[in-house]
Structure formats: structure tokens, C-alpha cells
Write a protein that binds this ligand. Structure first.
Ligand code: SAM
Length: 238
């Protein structure tokens, strides 16, 4: 796949230069995503330029919300085919990335693509966020917790905040209704130890709808009873 447009937009919108090695990695990622899509149902977006804008550039835009530092532990919750975590790992090879995904078929793809791209410091975890959040090895273990298109904000807060260290950041990639969703999540955020620092507007080329990055700081420990059992956060949001 040709990625000239991604390179140009990354420079214009995000102020980053994707070097030739990174461009090659994105090209392989796009080709494999399409090749595996029929069998594994990974994405509804299949036009090459739409993959570049809606998957790759949208994921990279997380750098407008947080500065990722060497050695930081980053987890992407409900990553699907790797968004937004993998593009960020291609850009910043110094982060320690965990890709958390409940569907085994999708983690099979993630195993394949990370092996093909020879990515170290990437761990793939086939589990639900509600289970990971109650696992002592995962709980309050991450500096940065990310998610795109996984759940409405109140349930999402219950997935993300238990995994985040106190003092760490969660970034939720949201669409048009981000501000309303944040309002609905006020109670959940207060209970779980989160504080919304800002909501950043992102306008992507060739994408008509406005995207938002909801930036949440973890200001207090999450009470031990959260997250509740799998399925409960969406069925009975806080
Ligand atoms: N984040 C990816 C993206 O933006 O392209 C995938 C989005 S897809 C709509 C939602 C993904 O979240 C699915 O792959 C689903 O299996 C996963 N998911 C939903 N709830 C989850 C949970 N509680 N724990 C882990 N993964 C979950």
C-alpha cells in the first residue's frame, strides 16, 4: 500500500515524520489487515486511504493527548485489530505495549502481525477488561490506558481506570458525542478515581465526523470491588 497521504497528514496534523522503516511497517500492517479480513472480520474499513486515515492517523492522534515516554507501560483495551495501540508502537518503539482483546480470533491476528513485524515489547492478552482489572499483575499497573470504540463512557471508565496507576492517564478515543458521554460518566469517574483533564477535538482529513480524545487522569485508587463481573459494567453502568 502507498502511504504518501498518511506521511503528509502525520506531518501536518501531528508534527511527526514517519521514517521509511515505519512507513514499511504500516504498509505491511495494512496489507495483512486486508488479507486476513475476510476470515477474521477485523474491520469494516477496507479502502486503502480510509485505513490510513481512520485507523492509522486516528490512532497516532493519541500523541496530541499524552506524551509517551521510554519504558512506559501502555495498555490498549479492546484493541480489535490493534487500534490505537499498534500504530503508536510503530511510531514509538520504546513503549511497553499490552494489547488486551476479548475475542480469540482477533488475538490470533495480533500474534501474527506482531511476529511478522518483529515487534518486541508487545504483549497480547486474550481476556476481558473486567478480568484483567481484578488480576493483581495487571491492576493499577499501567502508565497509560487507551481505548477506541469499546463501550459507552460510564462502562468504559470501569474497564480503564482499574488498570491505570494513580497519577497515570487514560485516553478514550470518542466520536461526536464525547462531551455528553463524559457528563453521563461523572458518577462513574468519581467512584473509580478518575478526573477528566480535557477533551481534545480532532478533525481528520476525509473524515466528516469530529473525533475527540477524552483525557482522564487517575487521581485516586479504584475501590477493590471494581471492575465488577464481566458484563455488569455495560448492563448496570455506574
Ligand atoms: N479498538 C479497536 C478499533 O477501534 O478498531 C476495536 C474496536 S471494536 C468495535 C471493539 C472491540 O472491543 C472488539 O474487538 C471487542 O471484542 C472488544 N471488547 C469489547 N468489550 C471488551 C471487554 N470487556 N474486554 C476486552 N475486550 C472487549
Amino acid at each position: 500500500m502507498k502511504l504518501d497521504h498518511l506521511v503528509q497528514c502525520s506531518r501536518d496534523l501531528l508534527g511527526i515524520d514517519l521514517n521509511p522503516d515505519i512507513q514499511r511497517a504500516f504498509s505491511v500492517y495494512a496489507d495483512e489487515l486486508l488479507a486476513w479480513n475476510d476470515k477474521f472480520n477485523l474491520t469494516a474499513i477496507t479502502a486503502p486511504d480510509a485505513i490510513a486515515m481512520r485507523h492509522f492517523l486516528d490512532s497516532l492522534a493519541v500523541i496530541l493527548a499524552v506524551t509517551l515516554l521510554p519504558g512506559q507501560r501502555v495498555i490498549d483495551v479492546g484493541t480489535g485489530a490493534g487500534f490505537p495501540g499498534l500504530p503508536l508502537r510503530l511510531l514509538h518503539n520504546y513503549i511497553e505495549l499490552t494489547l488486551l482483546e476479548a475475542t480469540a480470533k482477533k488475538t490470533t491476528f495480533l500474534d501474527h502481525i506482531t511476529r511478522l513485524l518483529e515487534l518486541d515489547n508487545v504483549r497480547i492478552l486474550n481476556a476481558r477488561a473486567e478480568e484483567a482489572g481484578q488480576d493483581t499483575a495487571e491492576r493499577e499497573h499501567y502508565d497509560v490506558v487507551l481505548a477506541r470504540a469499546v463501550a459507552q463512557m460510564p462502562a468504559l471508565a470501569e474497564y480503564l481506570l482499574p488498570l491505570c496507576k494513580v497519577g497515570g492517564m487514560c485516553v478514550a478515543l470518542k466520536g461526536e458525542n464525547a462531551v455528553a458521554e463524559v457528563q453521563q460518566a461523572e458518577n462513574a469517574l468519581r467512584i473509580l478515581g478518575g478526573h477528566v483533564e480535557r477533551v481534545i477535538t480532532v478533525e481528520l482529513p476525509q473524515v466528516p465526523e469530529t473525533h475527540h480524545l477524552v483525557v482522564i487522569k487517575k487521581v485516586a485508587a479504584t475501590p477493590p470491588k471494581y471492575p465488577r463481573r464481566p458484563g455488569v459494567p455495560t448492563k448496570r453502568p455506574l
